[in-house]
Design a protein around this ligand. Structure first.
Ligand SMILES: [Zn+2]
Ligand SMILES: [Zn+2]
Length: 112
C-alpha cells in the first residue's frame, strides 16, 4: 500500500486524504462530510428565518457578547446586536437548551 499523507479534519478529528478534505472560510481543514453538515445547518438557520411569519419575533443570541434579543421578522431594523452592534448572530433554536447553544457557538465558525 502506498503511503499517502493524511489530513486531520478540525471538526471530527478523523483523517482523510487530500481529495476528501477542504479548507473552510477560516482556513481550517474540514472533511467533506463535516463541510456538508455545516452547509446544511446554515441553510436550515436561514430557512428558519425566512419561513417565520411577518412580525413573528425571532430570537437571536449575539455570538460576540452573548446578549439575547429578538427581532421581528419584517422589521426594517438591521439584524445586529443591540448591545455591541456586531452582526455575528445565531438564531436560538427552540428545541435547544442553553448548554447546547454554548457548545454550538464554540464551533469554529465563531473563532477568528
Ligand atoms: Zn470531519
Ligand atoms: Zn453583542
Amino acid at each position: 500500500m502506498p503511503l499517502t499523507s493524511l489530513y486531520t479534519c478540525s471538526r471530527c478529528r478523523k483523517e482523510f486524504n487530500f481529495s476528501n478534505i477542504k479548507y473552510d472560510e477560516s482556513h481550517k481543514l474540514v472533511c467533506l462530510e463535516c463541510l456538508d453538515k455545516i452547509t446544511k445547518l446554515e441553510r436550515k438557520e436561514k430557512l428558519q428565518f425566512e419561513k417565520a411569519e411577518d412580525n413573528e419575533p425571532i430570537n437571536f443570541i449575539c455570538a460576540h457578547c452573548r446578549y439575547k434579543f429578538s427581532i421581528k421578522k419584517g422589521s426594517p431594523k438591521a439584524v445586529k446586536c443591540p448591545y455591541c452592534g456586531k452582526t455575528k448572530l445565531m438564531i436560538i433554536k427552540r428545541y435547544k437548551d442553553e448548554n447546547d447553544l454554548i457548545s454550538d457557538s464554540m464551533d469554529h465558525r465563531f473563532d477568528y
